[in-house]
Write a protein that binds this ligand. Sequence first.
Ligand SMILES: Nc1nc2c(ncn2[C@@H]2O[C@H](COP(=O)(O)OP(=O)(O)OP(=O)(O)O)[C@@H](O)[C@H]2O)c(=O)[nH]1
Length: 358
Amino acid sequence: MINKLFYSRIEAWLNQSRSDEEFRENSFVFVSLTILIAILSFLLYYNVFIIFIPILALIHGMGVVSGLAGYYFLKNRRSTRTAGIITVTIMTTISLLFIIGTQNREFALAFCFLTPVIAVFILGYKLGSFFSLINFAVVAYFCLTEMQNWHPVPFDTISFIHLTIIYFFLFSISYFYDSGRRHTMRLLKESNLQLKALSTTDVLTGLPNRLKMEELLLNFDEVKWIAMLDVDDFKSVNDNYGHDIGDRVLKVIAKQLANTIGDDGVAGRWGGEEFLIAFYISDVDAIEKKLIELQAKIAAKNFGLERNVTVSCGATPHQSHMHRTAFRRADEALYRAKASGKNCYKLDMTAIGMEALQ
Ligand SMILES: Nc1nc2c(ncn2[C@@H]2O[C@H](COP(=O)(O)OP(=O)(O)OP(=O)(O)O)[C@@H](O)[C@H]2O)c(=O)[nH]1
C-alpha cells in the first residue's frame, strides 16, 4: 500500500509511468537526491540556527542548491545522467569534506564506502567506478600523507589496509552486480525488440503484417492514401501449381510491391492474397502512376507458370481518425476493379469526412 502510494507520487512527479524503461533509474536518482537534500537541509538548519558555523552552512547550502539543480535536470531536461553526476558529486564532495574536517573521529572514513555502492548504481558500473576510484584515491592520499597528524590518534597502516579491503570488497560486489544487471537488461531489450519485430512482420513475405499496418493507419497522419491489392484468380494458381508455388508468387509480389513503393509509402500483407499500401503522398496523379507501374511490373513478371499473374486494386484518400471508412471505400473500389475485368485499379475520390456529414 505504502509502496504503491510512494511509486505513484514519483510517477506523478516525474510524469512518467512505472512501465517506462527509464523509470527505474530515474526513480533511483530521485530518491537518492531527495535523501541527500533532506540531510543537507537539516545540516544547513543546524549550522545556521543551532551552532552557527557559517562555513559549514555555506557548504551545505551549496549542496542543497546543487541538489535542486539535479531535480531540474531530472524532471525538466530528462537527463538522468546529469542528475546522477550531480548527486554523486554532492555526495562525494560532502563526504570528503567531512572526512578531512573530522578526521578519524566518528568513523568519518566510513563515508568512502558510500561511493562504490551509490555511484556505481546511480551512474552505472563504468562511470560510477571511475567516480568511486577517484574518491578512494583522494581518501588514500589523505590517509597516507597525513597519517601521523590524524586526530585524536594517528592513523596506522593496518587501519588503512582494513579500509582498503572493505572498500574493494564493496566495490567488486557493486561493480559485478551492476554490470550483470545492465547486461541482462540489454539482452531483455534485444529480445523484446526481436519479439516486437516478429509480431509485426508477416512470416511468409517479410512485409509488415496486418497488425503493424493497422497501427500505422491509426496513428500516423502522414498516410494520405491507401490502396488494397488482391491477386487475381489466385485460387487457380494454388489449385494448378500447388501451395508452395502459390507462396512463392506471393513472396515475389511482396518484393515487387516494396521496391515499387519505395519511400512513397509502406506496403504490408493484409491477409491471404491481399496486400495494403499506405501512401505518404497525396498527389492523385503520382498515386495512379505508381499503381499502373506496379500492375505492369507484376503482369510482366515471369513467375515460371504458364500464365501471367495480375493484381486488382482499389484506392482512396485516408485520414487516421476515419481509417475504417477509408478502408471500406478502398475495399469497395477493389471490388469494382474485380467486377470490371480484373488487372486494373479503381479510385474512390470521395473527400474524407463526407460520409460522416451525410
Ligand atoms: N499459397 C497460398 N495461398 C493462400 C494463402 N493465403 C490464402 N491463400 C489462397 O488464396 C486463395 C484466394 O482465393 P479466392 O478468395 O477465391 O480469390 P481468387 O481465386 O484470387 O479470386 P479473385 O479474388 O476473385 O480474383 C485461396 O485459395 C486461399 O487458399 C497463402 O498464404 N499461401
